[in-house]
Design a protein. Structure first.
Length: 136
């Protein structure tokens, strides 16, 4: 575990792990209202931090950035958002209507990093390979 404040420097120096899991603080994760609008707070955080990742040589060489939410709106469970940015993606605004859940994301990460057997729900879910033109 590393402090998020070190990420920009680590990206600049090509000193990052193969897998990095970033969670914004409670003011920027779209859960709590610390200013006036929790969604704008989260959007502002992404606008400030995502370009640093996308402009890094680590991302440019072989990266993928998954921006995902952990739950639906407060009225109940339902579809959650996910944005995947990668040079390996199909691009051109590609979308599909396949059913995925958090187990799909876990299965995808396990396949990328060669973790077997798939853990828990990932064992029965489809992976996200349809989103990529090239998939490991």
């Amino acid at each position: 575990m590393r402090p998020f404040t070190e990420l920009a420097s680590d990206l600049k120096n090509n000193n990052v792990a193969a897998y990095n899991f970033i969670i914004p603080n409670v003011c920027d994760d779209m859960h709590d209202v610390c200013k006036s609008n929790q969604i704008k707070q989260g959007d502002d955080w992404l606008a400030q931090n995502v370009p640093t990742i996308l402009n890094s040589s680590v991302y440019q060489q072989a990266g993928a950035l998954f921006v995902t939410w952990d739950e639906a709106d407060p009225t109940g469970d339902g579809p959650i958002g996910m944005i995947v940015l990668s040079h390996f993606g199909k691009g051109n605004g590609y979308q599909n209507f396949l059913y995925y859940d958090h187990g799909s994301t876990l299965r995808t990460f396990e396949e990328i990093f060669g973790v077997t057997p798939p853990l828990n729900d990932a064992a029965v879910e489809r992976d996200l390979s349809d989103l990529f033109a090239v998939f490991p």
